[in-house]
Ligand binder design. Structure first.
Ligand code: ZN
Ligand code: ZN
Length: 175
């Protein structure tokens, strides 16, 4: 697969139980297949650190405003979603295969944003409610698709910042 941001060949990288595709020696972005994301369960403390320390080529300039095409589907343009608690983070999602692309800058931002957070549970709840408007169990009753999307994005944050989540402690809808 080719990097959707800079065209470099993506490199598979196994982290814990899942394999992601990283733009090593390129822009440093990361691709998550939907199946890998849904499989991901146990937080791995090292995952986020490994991903932000991917070797980058500093000569590669990425236009972060440009829309990216899905590296898996080829000609499908990915949709950009913006999430926020304290600052805005952009995530590209393929409408066809459900995969997720994160630019290297977004990875850094997510890590910096959440790693030192003290009121984790409160902010995790805020994340779901401010970005999706409802608690996860209410969403599941209304729309399975919406709940699945919320879960998928929440899993990315969890994957990047495992210390932000405490397994089983989210009484508002564990994911
Ligand atoms: Zn790249
Ligand atoms: Zn796709």
């Amino acid at each position: 697969m080719k990097c959707p941001a800079c065209g470099n060949e993506l490199t598979p990288l196994k982290i814990g139980q899942i394999t992601v595709d990283v733009c090593k020696n390129g822009c440093g972005g990361v691709w998550f297949d939907k199946a890998e994301l849904l499989q991901f369960d146990e937080p791995d403390e090292k995952a986020g650190e490994i991903l932000v320390s991917i070797q980058r080529n500093t000569d590669v300039a990425v236009n972060t405003d440009a829309k990216h095409k899905c590296p898996r589907c080829g000609n499908i343009v990915m949709m950009r979603h913006y999430f926020t608690i304290k600052r805005e983070v952009a995530i590209d999602e393929c409408p066809k295969c459900g995969g997720i692309w994160l630019d290297a800058g977004e990875l850094d931002a997510i890590r910096k944003e959440y790693i030192s957070e003290k009121s984790r549970d409160e902010d995790a709840q805020k994340f779901i409610e401010s970005n999706f408007g409802k608690k996860l169990d209410e969403m599941t009753r209304e729309s399975k698709e919406k709940a699945q999307r919320a879960k998928k994005f929440a899993k990315i944050f969890r994957f990047l910042c495992p210390s932000y989540y405490i397994k089983g402690k989210q009484n508002w809808g564990a994911f």
